[in-house]
Design a protein around this ligand. Structure first.
Ligand SMILES: C[S@@+](CC[C@H](N)C(=O)[O-])C[C@H]1O[C@@H](n2cnc3c(N)ncnc32)[C@H](O)[C@@H]1O
Length: 326
């Protein structure tokens, strides 16, 4: 089984349900007392199910606009009206899915924080992870330390864009660049485009459906940088992942083939054709893949200054290199 198994693209229908709900339901109004009671019961059920109680307040911040102080002091209890994104009955049903089916809380809320963004997410996209935020800082550092001029301008690619997180992060830090965001999933691209629209970055990011470089052949030799967080989990490990990931995140976003390196190998082999001399190649990978990825980059022969970079937990997580040549 490879990462091209599109049957797994929608592990369940809840994303579509939530997207429909968000479009069709207008804001619901509840009393502070009713919401206080709901929170009490949700916290109780979270403890019993081994889910962090903090998730209840995170959800109420996202869906009811309550702030941390109002939650801590429980002052919202006195409010006669609180606007809630779903009716309380729908929220209760979704909360039960969190507890019983381990639906990730971010899919329930339909949003996740990432860098300084609030991104829309659904089960059509991987929930962007905090460690991936660092890719954007690494890209900025790589540009600063490159002898090649003008890398912050021109064209950049985000391959496997998912929610659009990396493309949007790059668009923000490289304000004169155009970002080309590719994904093989049409459903993921729809979410990425929505995020670009919501963040006011739609003019700066172009979206393409297709496999890796196939929609970008017109850009051979032109990219200042290529950034990717590709699927990198070995197929046989997917079943060992926590249920939130295994049962709800798209396997297309996770499955890196038999040794986890199928997509990374493809990117190593094909990127030199697409990068300008001195252009930046930057990816995220799984713990334990650093040595092999460095060897593959050396063996390919078109990369220089190959570096494996750790994340904040000290785990080898990113690979950075430059396209050789002047
Ligand atoms: C690990 S997710 C990363 C998503 C997002 N960039 C992030 O960091 O949160 C990998 C993404 O690669 C996409 N993908 C998988 N195979 C692909 C292919 N052959 N061509 C293009 N994209 C692909 C998946 O749909 C998924 O969105």
């Amino acid at each position: 089984m490879g990462n091209s198994d599109a049957k797994n693209e929608y592990p369940d229908q809840v994303g579509i349900e939530i997207a429909c709900l968000q479009q069709t339901l207008s804001l619901s109004v509840v009393t502070g007392l009713a919401l206080w009671q709901w929170r009490l019961e949700a916290c109780q059920s979270a403890s019993e199910a081994g889910v962090s109680v903090a998730e209840v307040d995170w959800l109420l911040r996202e869906l009811a606009g309550l702030d941390t102080l109002a939650l801590r002091l429980e002052s919202f209890r006195e409010q006669s009206q609180i606007e809630l994104r779903y009716p309380l009955s729908v929220l209760s049903q979704l909360w039960q899915r969190r507890l019983q089916e381990r639906l990730p809380i971010q899919y329930l809320a339909g949003t996740t924080p990432w860098r300084n963004f609030s991104l829309t997410v659904s089960p059509a996209v991987l929930i962007p992870r905090p460690e991936t935020e660092y890719l954007i800082d690494l890209a900025v550092e790589a540009v600063k330390h490159s002898p090649t001029s003008d890398l912050e301008l021109g064209d950049w690619a985000d391959l496997g864009t998912g929610s659009g997180a990396i493309a949007l992060g790059l668009a923000e830090v490289f304000s004169h660049a155009t970002i080309h965001a590719v994904d093989s999933s049409a459903a993921a691209l729809a979410i990425a485009q929505l995020n670009a629209q919501q963040l006011g970055l739609i003019e700066r990011v172009r979206f393409y459906q297709g496999s890796w470089y196939s929609p970008l052949t017109a850009f051979k030799g032109q990219f200042s940088g290529i950034v990717s967080n590709p699927p990198y989990i070995p197929s046989h490990s997917i079943q060992t992942l926590q249920p939130e990931v295994r049962d709800h995140e798209p396997h297309l976003a996770l499955d890196g083939g038999s040794d986890g390196l199928e997509c990374i190998r493809h990117l190593i082999d094909n990127s030199p054709d697409y990068l300008r001399p001195g252009g930046i190649w930057l990816i995220e990978m799984m713990a334990g893949q650093g040595n092999t990825v460095a060897q593959l980059l050396h063996a390919q022969g078109s990369y220089s200054q190959i570096q494996i970079v750790s994340d904040l937990a000290g785990i080898d997580r990113f690979a950075l290199a430059y396209r050789s040549g002047k």
